[in-house]
Design a protein around this ligand. Sequence first.
Ligand code: SF4
Length: 89
Amino acid sequence: MADSRWFQQYEVFRPNGAILETSKDVLGVIAQIRQCEERDHWPRSFHIRNCSMYCEYRDLCVAEYVTGKPNKEMRETDFRIDDGVREGR
Ligand code: SF4
């Protein structure tokens, strides 16, 4: 659908506390991303409530978890690595 009704915008009133908490949450996520970049380690979630183990990265995730290092062959064979060119980086 590409008509103007699809892009309608409405004012949504939110309590100040909710706006503040959402802002803090977003800042927290940004801080976590920066921390992962600095450490060059992106924690996986093996907790049963967070990981269904049905995602498309499962085999790679488990292989790297068991060996404790990146699996270059699986990454290059099974995935197309995003180099950021598409976004102009
Ligand atoms: S299997 Fe997928 S969802 Fe689970 S931790 Fe690994 S990458 Fe994340």
